[in-house]
Write a protein that binds this ligand. Structure first.
Ligand SMILES: C[S@@+](CC[C@H](N)C(=O)[O-])C[C@H]1O[C@@H](n2cnc3c(N)ncnc32)[C@H](O)[C@@H]1O
Length: 248
């Protein structure tokens, strides 16, 4: 290695080290500040979350494709959602992120519940390309609009508990519309298994919520326990922050 290459190599390593140290120092400072303030209640999404999603719909839709390949979530969607079959209800369907993962041959109908108008529009245009004509597609902006007598074989919800003001109520509504023997497939994100990571999630939860409409430190298992759902399986990935759940 010539002198110039050596200088660039060690200079590069030094630069990365200094940068990583500065980031770690800032995070530590933010955590200490966060922990010195009183936090009486965990952060919960509110109604205005829908306007946040209206503002970020396009950005969200573009960004998740790349990020999910990198974090492996793409593959979790691939393996979990291929189990959806029959009459399917998807809650908080966003821009139609799951359309590429369904095995359409085994799906009879797809009903979508999505309160954000902008997300709704993106899902409609994606549906034109991705959802076969043989699948009966319905779009609702509120759970209340789904006919009460409906019954579904599969209910899907991905990355939605983080955005729902009444998350437990929504899980209970889903359970009521599940036919006996049906399945609820969830992929959610929330608290980690690791205390150090939860400290970071807690510290930046509020600013992440303002930017992305998502409370990323919710206790997912507690929400499920509070609901009427019965857990069949739960696997956790990404330091325990991503939850792949089958329930009924
Ligand atoms: C993080 S995005 C996830 C979108 C999509 N499921 C995905 O996997 O990419 C959360 C979605 O939940 C929707 N949402 C917020 N509150 C909701 C509620 N109470 N019921 C149903 N969906 C809701 C938001 O509008 C947003 O589209």
């Amino acid at each position: 290695m010539g002198f110039l290459n050596k200088a660039l190599f060690f200079g590069g390593i030094y630069g990365i080290g200094v940068y990583a140290g500065a980031v770690a120092w800032t995070i530590r400072k933010d955590i200490l500040r966060y922990e010195s303030e009183p936090h009486l209640k965990p952060l919960v999404p509110e109604k205005r979350v829908v306007s946040i999603y209206n503002n970020i719909a396009e950005k969200y839709s573009k960004r998740i494709t790349k990020e999910e390949l990198f974090s492996g979530i793409y593959f979790l969607r691939f393996f979990h959602l291929r189990n959806a079959k029959g009459r399917v209800l998807e809650i908080g369907s966003g821009p139609g992120s799951n359309f590429s993962f369904y095995k359409w041959k085994q799906i009879q109908s797809l009903s979508l519940v999505e309160p954000s108008e902008e997300m709704h529009k993106l899902a409609s245009s994606r549906a034109e390309k991705k959802v076969p004509e043989s699948v009966h597609l319905k779009q609702y902006s509120d759970f209340e609009e789904v006919p009460k007598e409906s019954s579904f074989d599969t209910i899907v919800q991905t990355f939605c508990l983080c955005s729902q003001e009444k998350a437990v109520e929504s899980l209970n509504n889903a359970k009521e519309m599940l036919r006996p023997g049906g399945q609820i497939l969830l992929i959610e994100h929330g608290q980690s298994k690791y205390g150090w990571l939860n400290k970071i999630l807690n510290t930046y939860a509020e600013s992440h919520y303002e930017d992305w409409g998502c409370v990323w430190n919710r206790n997912i298992l507690e929400l499920i326990e509070e609901s009427n759902l019965e857990l069949d399986s739960c696997k956790r990935y990404n330091f325990g922050t991503t939850y792949v759940i089958k329930a009924h």
